[in-house]
Design a protein around this ligand. Structure first.
Ligand code: SAM
Length: 225
């Protein structure tokens, strides 16, 4: 079993605390290790986690799966953007083991809107997937107490933010080897999402699914056919 990153000094009133969904993604990437390493054996991929939160998933990827990569994380929450970098740093200096050089940065933005099109090789997104009346408004000040609300509430079917990513996937992923991993709960209707994306020319595969409390969570992998 690959080591789980250490998470320290995080204010969970402001930044999403790693939970079942985060850990499902870690298990997903443990299963996908060989596939990803083979896919990018002769190149340095650009890896983007949208909504990286505490940084646990990006750090896991950087430490265990895609060591020779450039990581450009995004989060709409500015507190998360600082936390991501702290988590990466903590996990890269905590032991006396051989130091892996790393390139990781975080950017405050909505999804991947400021990243040049068709440049991301590996996209990861654990979105705000809980069905709700609306997606919360993005706060306008750093000290606003509602940043954390953006982590969970996903509007109609919990899919409003996820569809914005899926609808733009062709513009986001690199044309050659681009691959996306997106997490869904059952109420997001992942089977009908998969059918719709297949009809748009995507290959969609369920990599992992698991009952987590009262939810069933799954991670789907999207590649161009
Ligand atoms: C469910 S949490 C996942 C956090 C982390 N990736 C994990 O797996 O533990 C969702 C994250 O997405 C961020 N987020 C929500 N809407 C976003 C958007 N439109 N653009 C970028 N990040 C967003 C939230 O701030 C939060 O950090």
């Amino acid at each position: 079993m690959l080591p789980t990153p250490e998470i320290t000094d995080i204010d969970y009133d402001k930044v999403y605390e790693p939970a079942e969904d985060s850990f499902l993604l870690l298990d997903c990437f443990e299963e996908e290790k060989e596939y990803l390493q083979k896919r990018f054996t002769s190149s340095v991929p650009i890896v983007t986690e949208i909504g990286a939160g505490s940084g646990i998933v990006t750090t896991f990827l950087q430490r265990n799966i895609l060591q020779k990569s450039i990581f450009m994380c995004t989060d709409v929450n500015p507190h998360a953007c600082t936390t991501i970098l702290n988590t990466v740093k903590t996990n890269n200096v905590k032991t006396g083991e051989e130091k892996i050089p790393y390139i990781v940065d975080s950017f405050q933005m909505d999804r991947t809107t400021a990243i040049r099109s068709q440049s991301i090789d590996v996209l990861v997104f654990n979105p705000p997937y809980v069905p709700a009346e609306d997606v919360p408004k993005i706060p306008t000040t750093y000290d606003d107490s509602t940043w954390l609300d953006l982590a969970l509430l996903g509007g109609e079917d919990g899919m409003v933010t996820t569809w914005k990513v899926l609808d733009n996937l062709d513009q986001i992923l690199s044309t050659n080897k681009g691959v996306a991993y997106i997490l869904f709960c059952a109420r997001n209707k992942p089977d009908s999402v998969a059918d719709k994306m297949k009809s748009r020319g995507w290959d969609v595969k369920t990599i992992i699914h698991r009952k987590a409390g009262w939810e069933v969570l799954s991670v789907l992998r999207f590649t161009r056919i």
